[in-house]
Design a binder for this molecule. Sequence first.
Ligand code: UD1
Length: 429
Amino acid sequence: MKDVFRIEGLEGGQALRGKVRVNGAKNAVLKSMAASILFEDELVLSNVPHIEDVERVAELLSALGAKVGRNKNSYTIDTEGIGKPELDDAIARRLRASIVFSGPLLARFGRVSFPHPGGDVIGAGARPIDLFLEGFQKMGCTVLTEGDRYHIVADDGRLRGAEIFFISVSVTATETLMMAATLAKGTTFLRNAAMEPEIVALAEFLNSCGADIKGAGTPTIMIRGGGTLSSHGKVFETIPDRIETGSFLILGALAGQEVEITDCNPEHVAILTGLLRESGVDIKTTPTTIVVRANGAKFKPLHIRTHEYPGFATDLQPPIVVYLTQAAGESTVFETIFGGRLSYTEDLVRMGADITLWNSRQITIKGPTPLVGKELESPDVRAGLAFVIAATIAKGKSVIDNVYHIDRGYERIEERLRSIGVPIERVGS
Ligand code: UD1
C-alpha cells in the first residue's frame, strides 16, 4: 500500500504546543547493527527507531545467516550463524548504508562480496565508494569487480593495520574502516577522519567491549587491532537522532507557541541553535531537552554553508531552507557535501518561495514569502520531512506522496507531529 500525508496548513499561525520525543538515530543504528559482526556473543541494541532502513538492515543480517530478534525498540543480534560473507543483492542495492557491512565482514572472514550500494539518489549518478576500496587495499586486500559486484579478499587471510589518509571526509568510510581495523593485525591510523557523534558513540561502545580505539571525534583515529569483541550482556543504547532534533527545532521556530523537544542531545545541534538564535528564535536548552518558541518574531536572514560535523549538517539543509523562506531579507545556502541536493527547492518555489538556484550547490532565498499548500512528492528522506514542515506553515491543504522515503528515516512521524498540533494524517492510497 502506498501511503500519502495530508496536511492542513496553519497559514503562518504559531499554534504548535507540547512535547515531542526524539528517537534513536538512524545513522547510528545502521552502523551498530553492522558492528554486531565484530562480536563473538549476542549484541543487544536499545532505543532503535522502527523505520524502514532498520528493517532493511535486519533483513540483510538475516540473509547472511545471523539471528535477529526484535522486542519493541530493542534488537538482539547473534551473528554466529553467518556462513558466507556475501551481501544479498536486492537488499544491499536498496540501501546505501549496506556498504558499512563490508568492513566488519572482511575483518571477520578475510573476504566479502557485495553489490554497489543503493540508497537516496543525491546528486548525479551512484555515490562513489572509492575511499572504502582504497582503504581495504591499504589493509592488504585485493579488489575484484564482476559487473557491479565487488569481491574483496585479504591477501593474508586477515586484514593488516595500515596508514589511511582519506582524501575527502566520509562518515561511512570512517566507520567502516574503523570497524575493520578493530579485528586487523596491527595498528591502523585513519587520518582526515569524519568526527560525527555517531562515530564517537560507536567507538566508545566498541572500546567498552574490548576494542582499542583512540581519537574518535577528532581527525585522527588510531585503532589497535585484536580479536573478536565480547559484549558480556552490555546494551548498546542508540544516541538521539540529531537530524530529527534539528528538524523539530526548525518546525518549532516557525510555528511553535511552545514546543519542547525531549530525549535529545542539544550539543549535537549546537550550530543550528546558534544560528537560529542569531536569527531571532527563542531557544532554551537543558542537557536533554530544547524548548523553542516562535513568538511572532521577525527572523533575520542567514548564510549557511553545509559542512562535516561539527559544521552545519547537509541533512538539515532542506529544513533550514524552508525556515529561510520565512526570514526577512536575503539568505544564501551553499551545499558543499552533495551536489544536486537542492533540486527539491523547485517545489518550494511552486509553493510560493522566492528561491534562485545559481548552480547545483548554491541558492539565494528572499523572504518572507507566504507558502501555499500543494501536491508534493517526497524526493528523499530529508527533503521529504522539509516538505512536511513547509506544508505545516502553508495556507491550505498539501498532499505529500512517496511517504516511503520519509518512513525510511523517521518513525511514525505523523503521530508525533500530531501530538504537538500539526494537522497531519496518513492516508493509504
Ligand atoms: C552519511 C549519512 C548521511 C549524510 C552524510 C553526510 C549515514 C548512513 N548517512 O552518508 O545521512 O548526509 O553522511 O553527512 O550515515 N565520498 C566519496 N567517496 C567515497 C565515499 C564518499 O567521494 O568512497 C563523498 C560523497 O560523494 C560525498 C562526501 O564524500 O560527497 C561525503 O559523503 P559521506 O560522508 O560518505 O556520506 P555517507 O557516509 O554516505
